[in-house]
Design a protein around this ligand. Structure first.
Ligand code: PGA
Length: 222
């Protein structure tokens, strides 16, 4: 991952019609613009929207990658309500794993997260693994790490760029060959202060990505 990465986590937001409006705005803002060529934009919508997003990006020749927000800890089988890695891979090249909201609300622990990383890898998905600090457990085979301190998520209170860079450096010392993203209250106003740091290769954006115009501005300013 050499290009700067902007990962948009749409969380559990947007119906099909809301997504259509968002996609149209994104297309208008990004089409034929040079700034997108130097950056990699990865959008992670809900499972129900993956087909719509994939079709839209391909029909409009938009060079935007897709990611899932999660995968099942199980392969295909009798697991009602689950969406497995093989199913996500039909639409996406990436998946988030271990977001703090998954850890907190769905009790995902290190064993479960290791299993998810293994299944993602076996099915050809690149993994963006979220951690809250440099001492965090990181399963074998993770491709990208996102440092997301819980206090900064959705709070409007981001970590300082200096501290985020320090954590990123410590993570790189422990896990060589992995790219590090920063996430937590990233906006178009502060994005550059993070991505200009030596050890930070991109950002993971939640709330601010829900407005297409703001996401475009983040990509532009990064
Ligand atoms: P936020 O969320 O940008 O709304 O703080 C980041 C995330 O949860 O990945």
């Amino acid at each position: 991952m050499n290009k700067l990465s902007i990962v948009a986590n749409l969380k559990s937001y947007k119906t099909e019609s809301e997504a259509k409006e968002w996609l149209e705005k994104l297309k208008t803002g990004l089409n034929n613009e040079d700034f997108i060529k130097e950056k990699e934009l990865i959008v992670c919508p809900s499972y129900t929207l993956l087909h719509q997003f994939k079709t839209f990006f391909s029909e409009n020749n938009l060079n935007i990658k897709l990611g899932g927000q999660n995968i099942s800890q199980f392969s295909e089988g009798a697991y009602t309500g689950e969406v497995n890695a093989k199913q996500v891979k039909e639409f996406a090249d990436y998946t988030l794993i271990g977001h703090s909201e998954r850890r907190t609300h769905f009790n995902e622990d290190d064993d479960i997260l290791s299993q998810k990383i293994k299944l993602a890898r076996e099915n050809g998905l690149n993994t963006i693994f979220c951690v809250q600090g440099s001492d965090a457990f990181v399963p074998e085979g993770v491709n990208i790490l996102a440092y997301e301190p819980v206090f900064a998520i959705g709070s409007g209170n981001p970590d300082t760029p200096d501290n985020a860079d320090n954590v990123a450096r410590e993570l790189l010392e422990k896990h060589s060959g992995i790219s590090i993203l920063y996430g937590g209250s990233v906006t178009s106003e502060n994005v550059n202060s993070f991505v200009s740091k030596e050890n930070i290769s991109g950002v993971l954006v939640g709330g601010a990505s829900l407005e297409a115009e703001e996401l475009i501005q983040i990509v532009k300013n990064a």
